[in-house]
Ligand binder design. Structure first.
Ligand SMILES: [Ca+2]
Ligand SMILES: [Ca+2]
Length: 262
C-alpha cells in the first residue's frame, strides 16, 4: 500500500495486488497516478510546484524514477540515508491504522481494501496537523524520530533535515509534547555539554532562562554521577530532565514548515 498526502489529507491510496512487488517501473506508474490525483484534488498545485517526500528505498532512487521526477520538475525533500523512521507515515499513520485493523477479520482482499479506503477517507483533517504547532503564521513542524539513538546522533539526523532537536520553552509547549511523547522519553535540544550547569538551546544558542526553567523542569537537573548533560522529555515526571547523552532515546526534531508536509 502506498499512500500520499499533504496537510489537507490523503491525495492517493495506491494498493498493490497481492503477490506483486514494487520496482522502479511500478513506482513510476504510481507517480503517474499521483500526478493525476493531484491535478483533480489540489487544483493549481502542479503549476505551483510539487515537493515530494519519500524515503530512500531502491525504487525511489532508481534512474527511471529520477528521470520521471526531472521530467515533471518535482522537488524531493532530502531524506538522510538509513533513516526509514523519518518518514512521518511510518509512525504517525501506520501505527493508528494497525490499531484500527487489530482484531478485524476479512473474507476477501477486496473487503480489506474497502475497509482501508473507508478509514483513510474518514480521517479527520486535524490528524494531519498533529505535528504542527505555534501561532498563526509561525508554524513549526515536529518530527518524532522513533528509532533510539544517542543525543549526538539524533542531533546529526535532525540537522541533516535543516532542523534542530526541539525546544520546549513554555508550559504550553510542554503540554503539547506531553501529548506527542505519549508516555515515552525523548531527546530535546538543550544541553550543558560545554559548561556544567549552563544549559544552551540548540535552536538559537541562547541560555535557558529562569522563566523557561520554572515552566518546564518539574525537578532540578541533578547532573547525576557527574555525567548528565543532555536534556530529555522524561516520561515519569512529564517534564524536562538531564540525562546521560550516550543513552539511546527517541527524539523530537523541529524543522522549518514545509508546504504539503506540515
Ligand atoms: Ca550536567
Ligand atoms: Ca538527572
Amino acid at each position: 500500500m502506498m499512500q500520499y498526502r499533504d496537510a489537507k489529507g490523503v491525495i492517493l491510496l495506491d494498493i498493490l495486488p497481492q503477490g506483486q512487488c514494487i520496482n522502479a517501473a511500478r513506482y513510476c506508474s504510481t507517480l503517474d497516478r499521483l500526478k493525476e490525483a493531484i491535478r483533480r484534488k489540489r487544483p493549481g498545485l502542479l503549476r505551483r510546484g510539487v515537493v515530494l517526500q519519500h524515503d530512500n528505498a531502491t525504487p525511489h532512487s532508481a534512474n527511471l524514477t529520477q528521470q520521471w521526477l526531472q521530467r515533471y520538475g518535482w522537488e524531493i525533500l532530502p531524506h538522510p540515508a538509513h533513516n526509514p523512521d523519518l518518514a512521518p507515515s511510518d509512525f504517525h499513520l501506520f501505527g493508528p491504522l494497525k490499531r484500527h485493523l487489530g482484531g478485524m477479520a476479512f473474507e476477501t482482499e477486496d473487503d480489506l481494501i474497502s475497509e482501508l479506503r473507508d478509514w483513510f477517507d474518514n480521517l479527520d483533517v486535524d490528524f494531519f496537523r498533529a505535528w504542527k504547532y505555534g501561532s498563526e503564521g509561525h508554524f513549526t513542524c515536529l518530527l518524532e524520530f522513533t528509532s533510539l539513538s544517542s543525543y549526538q546522533n539524533a542531533t546529526i539526523a535532525c540537522n541533516a533535515l535543516g532542523g534542530f532537536l526541539a525546544s520546549v520553552r513554555t508550559a504550553e509547549e510542554l503540554a503539547m509534547v506531553q501529548v506527542l511523547a505519549n508516555k515515552t522519553s525523548m531527546w530535546l535540544g538543550l544541553d550543558d555539554i560545554e559548561e556544567e550547569g549552563v544549559f544552551i538551546w540548540q535552536e538559537d544558542g541562547e541560555k535557558l532562562t529562569v522563566a523557561e526553567y520554572n515552566a518546564v523542569f518539574p525537578v532540578a537537573p541533578n547532573n547525576f554521577n557527574d555525567d548528565q548533560n543532555c536534556i530529555e522529555f522524561r516520561e515519569y515526571t512529564l517534564g524536562l530532565n538531564d540525562w546521560y547523552c550516550d543513552y539511546h532515546l527517541k527524539a523530537l526534531c523541529e524543522i522549518p514548515p514545509l508546504p504539503g508536509v506540515c
